[in-house]
Design a protein around this ligand. Structure first.
Ligand code: SF4
Ligand code: SF4
Length: 162
């Protein structure tokens, strides 16, 4: 009986010690959406399409990203570049480039497959919206970095895009 009492008191004090220690430590929670977390550099959020140092589209329309996408959510239609007015530095460019962000599983295979580092997954994670049509990211959306421009609704007070 006495032994059980001592054991119980000891465990109680250990538990209270943990409680008091955490009461005095810095909180680890973020007051989202007022405070937004800096995502790790390797976080795979929303896609973007890069431009090269001359401002041309980096994508050369090779469709390797599409071929390597496990869920088939990238649609690329390539076209020949006009040498007088090229869109990209390659022979071809992506006339159509679309990603279905609802079907995407954010695996990053498209980024890994791209030979010219054109398509990248960045830190954006605030992708909530009411309108399913907003989740077909087209080239105009993907070429805009840092902010996407198709998420129109302010669901959590955090999705307004300029
Ligand atoms: S992240 Fe994965 S699922 Fe999403 S588009 Fe790229 S390859 Fe497809
Ligand atoms: S994003 Fe990269 S892999 Fe995809 S079509 Fe363009 S160049 Fe090819």
């Amino acid at each position: 009986m006495l032994r059980q009492f001592v054991e119980g008191t000891k465990n109680l004090l250990i538990g209270m010690g943990v409680t008091f220690r955490n009461m005095l430590s810095e909180p680890v929670t973020f007051q989202y959406p007022d405070v937004k977390r800096d995502m790790p550099a390797r976080y795979r959020g929303r896609h973007f399409l890069n431009r090269d140092e001359n401002g041309l589209e980096a994508c050369v329309g090779c469709s390797l990203c599409s071929a390597n996408c496990p869920v088939g959510c990238i649609h690329v239609v390539a076209a020949e570049n006009d040498p007088e007015n090229p869109v990209s530095a390659g022979e071809r460019y992506a006339e159509v480039y679309e990603i279905n962000l609802l079907r995407c599983i954010y695996c990053g295979y498209c980024e890994e497959a791209c030979p010219v580092d054109a398509v990248v997954l960045r830190e954006h994670y605030e992708l909530a919206d009411y309108d399913r049509d907003c989740y077909i990211a087209e080239k105009d959306d993907l070429l805009v970095y840092p902010e996407p421009n198709r998420f129109r609704h302010d669901i959590l007070g955090n999705t307004i895009r300029e």
